[in-house]
Design a binder for this molecule. Structure first.
Ligand SMILES: [Ca+2]
Length: 123
């Protein structure tokens, strides 16, 4: 039984059963729209790229979200109404020049994390 539950959790959306706990968190946040497409992006010298993500959570009000580059936090925020709509600008820096970096967006409801990633080639 534990293995079955673990498998459902790994799928990102898990119904944990009737336990009369109205605060139960059974569903991961959903990213309903995002920009740009998750194909490799190109960042030109002195340029910038805007990334955006929006969505909601059906059973959580408090959400934390973050923008990361290669796993390091660049910006973040939180929502108290179960809805998020955020954007962030990646700026060209000499330090990143010539690198392939990974931009990630993460939204966390305390139990489940949804993630989007974009590879970016920096000129
Ligand atoms: Ca949730």
């Amino acid at each position: 039984m534990k293995a079955v539950l673990a498998g459902l959790v790994l799928m990102g959306a898990c119904w944990v059963g009737d336990d009369d706990d109205s605060a139960a968190n059974s569903w991961a946040p959903t990213i309903e729209s995002s920009f740009p497409a998750s194909t490799t992006q190109e960042l030109s010298i002195d340029g910038s790229l805007r990334f955006a993500a929006a969505g909601m959570d059906v059973d959580s009000l408090h959400l934390d979200y973050a923008w990361l580059v290669d796993g390091a936090l660049e910006a973040g925020g939180s929502s108290e109404d179960g809805v998020f709509d955020t954007s962030w600008d990646l700026l060209w820096t000499a330090k990143r020049s010539g690198e392939r970096i990974q931009v990630a967006f993460e939204v966390d409801d305390g139990d489940f994390v949804e993630t989007l990633t974009w590879p970016v080639d920096v000129e």
